[in-house]
Design a protein around this ligand. Sequence first.
Ligand code: C2O
Ligand code: CU
Length: 451
Amino acid sequence: MNRRRFIKSSLLLAMTSTLPRVVLATNPSAGFDYELIVAPADVNIVPGGSTPALSFNGGYPSPVIRAKQHQPVRIRVVNQLNEPTTIHWHGMRIPIGMDGVPFLSQPPIMPGETFDYEFTPPDAGSFWYHPHMNSVEQLGKGLVGALIVDEAEKPDFDADLVLCMKKWHIKDDGSFTALTTPQNAFRMGTPGRVMTINGEMHPTYDVPAGGAIRVRFLNVDNTLVYDVKSTDSDAQIIAIDGNPIAQPRTLGNHLIAPGMRLDLGVIASSKVGETVTFKHKNKPLVTLRTVASKLKDRRLPTLPLNPIPAPDLENAETIKFAFEWNANITPIHKDGKVNYNFWTMNRRSWEGMSKGNIPAPLAKLELGKTYIFELANLTQYHHPIHIHGHTFTVLKSNKKAITPFHTDTVLLGQNETVIAALVADNPGRWMYHCHIIEHLKTGFMGYVEVS
Ligand code: C2O
Ligand code: CU
């Protein structure tokens, strides 16, 4: 199968843009499966309005990248922004050189430059991609997309919906509102105004009547924690944050914080024209409507588990991480100056990073060893804590019962402490941060070093 994607309109855009011109490879031996052109583009989110977004290939939603478990995928990134960028593959356990973090893993991709990413996904499931520079703006203005890794043996679903959730910071005419304010950054983050699935307000998708449907929710928003429920009381959780769970369970409701994903399995009604709606609290997000099909007696297939290394808890070392506000800091001074190092991890705020200045790691981990992270949220706000290059096994919480599960992003509720283990099996310097983008920009970011 030829997975090369060229999106004509984005080529045109590239030609007419006043930004640095890039000559695009068009011959089949160019050596990549996907090409992502990062460039400004006007997109339509609200009816009749135009949004001056930042885009992959000239539009929104961004192209869905489909890779295959255990098979290499090559993605060329062409930077046509007027600022540097890098692309991070969220949730992928891949070598550090492909992790897409400026200075820790690669030099920034400068305007007009191209960078080829190549990696082999060890895990199958729902992942995503986004820049790791100037994140409030680059992600907030649309540089977010789905990366779906298909199982080595494809499970037998009749439809597979990829749903990127984002509440755009835009007015009714499509123009942007503030992506951040200091007051919000020091609290829960700045909420957007227009709730979308794949860039549309409450879309309806057709699904085959009677079919086994896979519904993948990906929270690509900067701020909002979605609380998802369904009008189908039989909807099953089949995977959390990319990783299938051993025992699928009924949805009820589920919190999906920024960076997190949720895969559901539903058996569509065998009657034509029936609907199922998924909601955030009581607001409809997306509706599925059945159309004629010959399917019957379908069941949800079982997903194979991902090969996440099993932690060796007996010989594990415990490391405590405290997430706090810096109480000694006045976030906004009388003269109006803002102190942007507000959130702390073990009493440290992220000190910034440049080629010649890489701060010390928050922790040094020995290659191959198991660590138990005690993640203590000492604040009254929730924080989704994300680690790069590794997958946690979440074991316990002081606030709720936990059936152990795998994730790259652990959501901590207010004053919650979670115990999560990981095997430090991937050498490198790995980012470790809150995925509320304004929090990571105001200090809530660090890294661990595995060697
Ligand atoms: Cu979604 Cu540092 O990542
Ligand atoms: Cu946070």
